[in-house]
Design a protein around this ligand. Structure first.
Ligand SMILES: [Zn+2]
Length: 398
């Protein structure tokens, strides 16, 4: 099995330059629950046929890949269809009278734009000042940037290695702290490998590019709100939760579906429980433009649901104020769909009364292939929401 995995990686790297030529992402809108059921059933049958290969390589070449499931109250799904299946899928939809539109006409073309961008930025970067925050980066670049950030800010930032991945990569967490024994806030990005915008937002958040007035490192001692936060609490920030998956998507330019890997999630759980004084947990995904609080697994409201609802409303209002980006918000089950085993529910059940999940830009124009020129606007607006949440946590000790 292991050899097969390695072989697949080599093969996919070799093929990567043209792997997605002609692939499309379709936005499919079912007009009835019966149509929706037919779609879901057909998709699952197709997927089951493909699961014979190792799980995180299933969508490597010829398989359908559901980018976005229908959220609560809608019958819309986004489906990545490889070129080889395109005619068949469209014929199926048309035969069943199911509406669709082409969301992305050529997946490879978008990937190539981003690759060119990354290659340009790689030539310029030496420290965190010259790092290109408006570009996507490889895992090696992100890890080198972390070391620079720590070296440049030794009194504020440290790096903690909380575990190792299946492929033996270190899992790092950045700790922002100005004192000992303080309560803490957890932030994480990059748990799903293809959600590239999330670690990119995380990097900007940890140290902002020159022009915008808010960033953890740059603003400590300058922005009164950031200073007050870090004088009272620590922030732990895991920027790449799934390093194996992230590295894989960059070597192959493929963004496949990666399940939460066992060792990565166990490292977080052990770290948070071992620390024992976390007050908030904020997990950042893409895409859909949503901010959600527990629960995801039940309709029963969380005990402080009213507080969380008012708080997330303020956070999305702050976010929208910058670039007009509209978010939906609410409990996870009412906003997206019933989901068990979410990080926010886990945090909440373990006593973190402030647990949140973001889904960043966009709502489907580009989906997971958000152009790099949206990284900084996304990070800027997200920062306003994050500060709203973190200030509330700071001011409501428990
Ligand atoms: Zn995700």
């Amino acid at each position: 099995m292991r050899i097969l995995v390695i072989f697949c990686c080599i093969l996919s790297t070799a093929l990567s330059r043209k792997l997605f030529t002609g692939d499309q992402v379709l936005r499919i809108t079912a007009s009835s629950d019966a149509q929706l059921f037919l779609l879901q059933q057909t998709y699952e049958q197709e997927r089951d046929l493909q699961v014979k290969t190792p799980p995180h390589h299933t969508s490597l070449s010829n398989s359908l890949d559901l980018w976005r499931e229908p959220v609560r109250g809608s019958r819309v799904m986004d489906l990545h269809v490889p070129l080889a299946s395109l005619q068949q899928v469209k014929a199926f939809l048309e035969a069943n009278g199911i509406q669709y539109e082409i969301m992305i006409a050529d997946v490879q073309a978008l990937l190539e734009e981003e690759r060119a961008d990354m290659e340009r930025s790689q030539q310029r970067e030496r420290d965190t000042g010259s790092f290109d925050y408006a570009s996507y980066h490889t895992l090696e670049e992100i890890y080198a940037w972390m070391d620079s950030l720590v070296a440049e800010n030794p009194d504020l930032v440290s790096k903690i290695t909380i575990g190792q991945t299946y492929e033996k990569r270190p899992i790092h967490v950045l700790k922002f702290s100005t004192g000992v024994g303080r309560p803490a806030i957890w932030l994480d990005t990059g748990i799903h490998a293809r959600e590239w915008i999330t670690p990119a937002t995380g990097i900007w958040t940890a140290k902002k590019a020159s022009s915008s007035p808010c960033m953890i490192v740059t603003e400590y001692g300058r922005d009164p709100s950031v200073t007050a936060l870090l004088n009272k609490m620590d922030i732990f920030f895991e920027i790449v939760v799934n390093p194996d998956g992230y590295a894989f998507t960059h070597t192959s330019t493929y963004r496949g579906p990666f399940a939460h890997s066992e060792s990565e999630v166990k490292s977080i759980v052990d770290f948070i429980l071992g620390h024992g004084n976390f007050k908030a947990m904020i997990t950042i995904h893409s895409y859909s433009q949503m901010l959600m609080y527990p629960y995801g697994y039940t309709d029963t409201p969380a005990p402080n649901a009213d507080e969380l609802h008012a708080l997330t409303k303020r956070a999305v209002d702050a976010l929208e104020s910058l670039h007009g980006t509209k978010y939906t918000f609410g409990s996870m089950i009412s906003t997206i769909y019933p989901a068990s085993g979410t990080t926010a529910d886990w945090g909440y059940k373990n006593g973190l009364r402030y647990s949140f999940t973001f889904e960043l830009r966009d709502t489907g124009r580009y989906g997971f292939l958000l152009p790099a020129n949206q990284i900084i606007p996304t990070a800027q607006e997200t920062w306003l929401a994050l500060m709203t949440l973190m200030e509330h946590v700071r001011d409501h000790p428990y």
